[in-house]
Design a protein around this ligand. Structure first.
Ligand code: ADP
Length: 487
């Protein structure tokens, strides 16, 4: 263990089921590895299907009493949890940087961002209003009530080890649902620390469960196959999302899917170039490029292409690559060796087909085995693999376009539709392009768009459903129609 925690009890190595810390029935454990150094952090109990089934049953039992609490009672417990997360921001950030690699400042930011969903949905708990609908017959009255959907499963990725959990658990618990969370096996420690704080907050046994294991297929099989689970909320890759959707079809579960992206970042001739450079830096290189809303294709209009590339390169040259615990580092390691190799392959393919590395282009071996140099590629074209692949690394490919129509067509030429961005100072163009982009989210002269107050989600193969905002709680609620007759 390479960091000192104010509350050492936050570092957990077992799953959290029915208010208790449990080992694997098999007795197996697996190692959690620091991606910056390759060092072993801790061994964690490797649980599988049986224990997950027990977690689902515990969530089902707890649901009866949890849904019977008033919204205010649930909100008070959520607020306590939120406060404990804020109080332990430093420790949570250290655990996250240790297992995930992101720079400590970014990890602290994620803790605040993650907590904001619990705070937001604690408030929303009290706004689950039904309707009284003008009747269709004089002897009847027509009403609706909103009720929590029941037991919810959440499967989450490693790139935001806290926020991807809180933005599911926050609305689920607020709506009166109970939850079984399967975090990524790459980053179980942040999830388990969140569970410990939920425990300390007094969230009752069985309401929130965290199951950790390497056999994602077995755990996922229970979460998608067990009829007690009424809803799956998933954040991860599109292929796994498609698989889980098909599995959920067997019991007709409700689903929310936050899947892959291929975000265009368009810079028009009339953009404020300095602002566009800063937006591209923020959107592209955060978390070393490992977010599903990272700019994946930077489309630059002919007249400003060279100037933009030069300005961007000047800023990227200032980056420092290294351990997230080192002061001033802005690019941490990638999550594992496979990720580094995939990024290298995409860069090599582009260069083999005529692109040039204006800066970077290789593994950053002086920083460690799992680092990639912050990179800018120029002369990139649509026939290269990088146009259609989610890069998930600190590589900015610059594509050239001539007209607005061409830019919009290139931007939409993908099965994905999560985030998109463009920079322009022309109000007519801003409306035209905003409406033409087939994406769930559009950043206009802005590279950072995520917030608990705004609906996050995608269209096309980027998924379905929205997280955060006043809409986020709807994913965990059923509308029940009451028809009162004989009046
Ligand atoms: P990423 O590329 O972000 O790792 P994945 O889709 O592979 O995306 O992983 C996201 C989450 O889905 C992780 O928690 C992972 O363990 C889980 N997962 C991967 N495969 C399966 C599966 N077959 N069934 C259930 N969960 C899975």
């Amino acid at each position: 263990m390479q960091v000192t925690l104010a509350q050492p009890n936050l570092l957990k190595s077992q799953s959290y089921v029915n208010g208790e810390w449990i080992t694997a029935d098999s007795g197996k454990t697996f190692a959690v590895i620091d991606p910056a150094t390759g060092e072993h952090i801790v061994d964690v109990a490797d649980i599988a299907a049986e224990e997950t089934t027990r977690a689902v049953k515990a969530a089902n039992t707890a649901h009866k009493t949890w849904q019977a609490k008033t919204a205010k009672e649930r909100a008070m417990l959520l607020r306590k949890w939120n406060q404990l997360i804020l109080d332990n921001q430093e420790d949570l950030a250290k655990i996250m940087t240790l297992e995930q690699g992101k720079p400590l400042a970014e990890a602290k930011g994620e803790v605040l961002y993650g907590a904001s969903f619990i705070d937001w949905f604690a408030d929303e708990a009290r706004r689950l209003y039904g309707d009284v609908i003008p009747t269709f017959a004089n002897d009847k009255r027509v009403l609706t009530v909103k009720q929590g959907i029941g037991v919810v499963a959440a499967i989450t990725p490693w790139n935001f080890p806290i926020a991807m959990i809180t933005r599911k658990a926050g609305p689920a618990l607020a709506a009166g649902c109970t939850i079984v969370i399967k975090p990524s096996e790459e980053t179980p420690l942040s999830a388990l620390a969140l569970a410990e704080l939920a425990h300390q907050a007094g969230i009752p046994a069985g309401v929130l469960n965290v199951v950790v294991g390497t056999d994602a297929k077995a755990i996922g099989g229970v979460l998608t196959g067990n009829p007690i689970v009424r809803k799956l909320s998933f954040t991860g890759s599109t292929p796994v999302g498609k698989l889980l959707l098909s599995q959920c079809a067997q019991t007709v579960k409700r689903t929310s899917m936050e899947l892959g992206g291929n975000a265009p970042f368009i810079v028009f001739d009339d953009a404020d170039l300095d602002a566009a450079v800063e937006g591209a830096i923020a959107s592209k290189y955060r978390n070393a490029g490992q977010t599903c809303v990272c700019a994946n294709r930077i489309l630059v209009q002919d007249g400003v292409y060279d100037a933009f590339a030069e300005k961007l390169a000047k800023r990227v040259a200032e980056f420092k690559t290294g351990s997230g615990f080192t002061d001033g580092v802005n690019i941490g390691p990638l999550i594992n060796a496979a990720a580094v190799n995939k990024v290298q392959e995409l860069v090599n393919d582009a260069i083999d087909h005529g692109a040039k590395a204006l800066i970077g282009g290789d593994k950053a071996t002086q920083a460690g085995d799992q680092f990639f140099e912050p990179t800018i590629l120029t002369g990139v074209t649509q026939d290269m693999d990088i146009f259609s692949s989610e890069i998930f690394g600190p590589v900015a490919p610059l594509f050239r376009f001539e007209t607005e129509e061409e830019a919009v067509e290139m931007a939409n030429n993908t099965p994905f539709g999560l985030a998109s961005y463009f920079y322009s100072q022309n109000i007519s163009r801003i409306w035209r392009v905003s409406e033409a982009l087939e994406y769930g989210m559009v950043g206009i002269n802005e590279g950072i768009i995520s917030s608990e107050v705004a609906p996050f989600g995608g269209v096309k193969e980027s998924g379905s459903g929205r997280e955060g905002s006043k809409y986020g709680i709807d994913e965990y609620v059923e509308i029940k129609y009451l028809c009162m007759g004989g009046l």
